[in-house]
Design a protein around this ligand. Structure first.
Ligand code: G6Q
Length: 537
């Protein structure tokens, strides 16, 4: 039975249990158990995690924890933290947790303690960030830097963009931040159209420093700069690099003294707290960046040490398995009731889907169960005026994560009350709906009744916190990172490689010369040939 998951005793028990509970409604579960809200709630790490509106009973959780134990989750968590090479397809350790390990702690990789290296880079980043923020770092013509443009893609973009937006309240408002990722020239053109090269600093963020999109944008940026400043020496004052590839950084013309390094044990989508976060540190300052790291670290410690029964990421991960593999709910909405988190769903898409969108086990066997869900979302209340229709009345059931804060960073009378009332109401409506009788009793004409029925029984979690701070953001990100790992362990897959992004890239490299040379014979399928011909014009 492949890696044994679906044949395991815990899985069989869950299958039997599923048959017994799948039709029980949340209305029934709540009416039968007045202590349900309290029982399925964790308040830890400054997060009020309510998971009572899930289609679970106490027995469900017992069986899910048994599954986690049977899959060796405790040992797998320890293996990740200890620097074991759990990314077996790339023969790498997975140590984003070392990026936020406090100074003085020890994390060994191949017999070497990496924590001092991490802190050395953080200190270099801090010195650089302070010199930019204080206007001490001057551009080639002697003017201070006013604009920061991060050039990167995927893990070297989504984290920086998300964190910048999330923590904008804490940012240095004299600096403007832009993020260029897409190879579509419109992205670069729009990002710089109102900027002066003399006051602009580019951060070329690329672990490999070979990525087509990033290197193309970086070369275009260099040309844009030199068109104005007309001296190659200007590059050193206006470009810095975040990379693991010193050789390519130097070849590009960036002074390696202005390179901020990281390591092969940091995966792209797990890198926002590495030097990839340089733009974040420039925006919020080193002190706030350290608070962000501390938040990450607190959640790491929670994940590593809390019993499964009180472990937020473990429970999140297991609930996902329950829905994906037993109910067949294949999509997960993330709905922050906090406008600063507007890019958080996009960030999570990569974290979750690039990690757990896998079809084979660690041993290379095709899985005989479903893996990663589709993650998506928008900030509330905007989503309520668009896709929530489907969440409430569509034929697909979409579990939702609601994320909210008690205190707004910008207090404007009643806004926060209205916002949070909406968040709470959505979970209530999803869970309990409105029956045909309730609709009829409101005097709705018979023909309209079915249209106004809300079946309810739609699950959701709430993550409620006091206020969005750098530390809270760190906790939130680490919480999802560890939920992803929990699921990866249950499914026996590798959440840390991304081989599925390769094939399309390779084929594009073949098509590029075919677009540039109209006479080159085409040997694709007929559809692909015709598309190339259409572009050739
Ligand atoms: C993330 C992926 C991927 C990566 C980008 C950018 O986990 O590995 O999104 O971050 O392809 O790669 P570079 O940083 O090497 O340019």
């Amino acid at each position: 039975m492949k890696n044994g998951l679906t044949g395991s005793a815990a899985w069989k028990s869950l299958e039997n249990h599923f048959r017994a509970v799948k039709d029980i409604s949340l209305r029934t579960l709540f009416s039968e158990d007045p202590s349900r809200a309290e029982r399925f709630r964790i308040q830890d790490e400054g997060i009020y995690f309510d998971y009572s509106k899930h289609r679970i009973t106490s027995e469900t959780m017992v069986l899910l924890f048994a599954l986690a134990r049977e899959r060796g989750l405790g040992k797998r968590i320890a293996a990740m933290f200890s620097g074991e090479k759990i990314n077996i397809t790339e023969n790498r350790a997975v140590l984003h947790t070392a990026l936020r390990a406090p100074k003085g702690s020890t994390v060994m990789v191949d017999g070497h303690n990496v924590v001092p290296d991490v802190h050395q880079v953080l200190e270099k980043m801090s010195r650089f960030a302070n010199s930019i923020r204080r206007g001490e770092w001057k551009g080639f013509t002697g003017k201070p830097i006013k604009n920061i443009v991060n050039i990167g893609i995927g893990g070297s973009d989504l984290g920086p963009v998300m964190a910048y937006e999330a923590l904008k309240f804490y940012s240095h408002r004299d600096l403007a931040f832009r993020f260029v990722s897409n190879i579509d020239g419109n992205d670069f053109s729009e990002a710089v159209q109102d900027l002066s090269p003399e006051e602009t600093l580019f951060i070329v963020s690329s672990k490999t420093f070979t990525t087509l999109e990033t290197m193309t944008n970086a070369r275009t940026a260099r040309k844009w700069l030199l068109d104005k400043l007309a001296d190659d020496k200007a590059v050193a004052r206006h470009f810095v690099a975040v990379s693991t590839n010193e050789k390519e950084v130097a070849a590009f013309g960036i002074d390696t003294a202005n390179m901020f390094g990281f390591w092969d044990w940091v995966g792209g989508r797990y890198s926002l707290d590495s030097a990839i976060g340089l733009s974040t540190m420039l925006a919020i300052g080193p002190d706030n960046f350290y608070l962000l790291l501390d938040g990450f670290h607190q959640m790491d410690e929670h994940f590593r040490s809390a019993p499964f029964e009180r472990n937020i990421p473990v429970i999140m991960g297991l609930l996902g398995v329950w829905y994906i593999d037993f109910f067949g709910f294949s999509s997960q909405a993330v709905l922050p009731y906090e406008n600063y988190l507007k890019r958080f769903p996009a960030y999570l898409q990569q974290l979750t889907m690039e990690s757990n969108g896998k079809q084979v086990t660690l041993d290379g066997d095709r899985v005989d169960y479903n893996t990663g869900a589709i993650y998506w979302g928008e900030p509330g209340t905007n989503g309520q005026h668009s896709f929530y229709q489907m969440i409430h009345q569509g034929t697909s059931i979409i579990p939702c994560d609601f994320i909210g804060f008690r205190t707004s960073l910008n207090h404007l009378a009643l806004h926060q009350d209205y916002l949070i009332a909406n968040m709470i109401a959505q979970g209530e409506a999803l869970a309990f709906g409105k029956s045909a009788n309730e609709v009829k009793n409101e005097g709705v004409p018979g023909s309209l009744v079915p249209h106004k029925v809300f079946e309810g029984n739609r699950p959701s979690s709430v993550f409620f916190m006091e206020k969005l701070t750098p530390g809270k953001l760190g906790k939130l990100v680490a919480m999802y990172e560890h939920a992803v790992y929990t699921q990866g362990v249950i499914w026996g897959i590798n959440p840390f490689d991304q081989m599925g992004v390769e094939l399309g890239k390779v084929l594009a490299m073949k098509i590029i010369p075919e677009l540039l040379d109209r006479d080159r014979p085409l040997q694709h399928d007929t559809s692909t040939n015709e598309l190339i011909n259409f572009y050739r014009g």
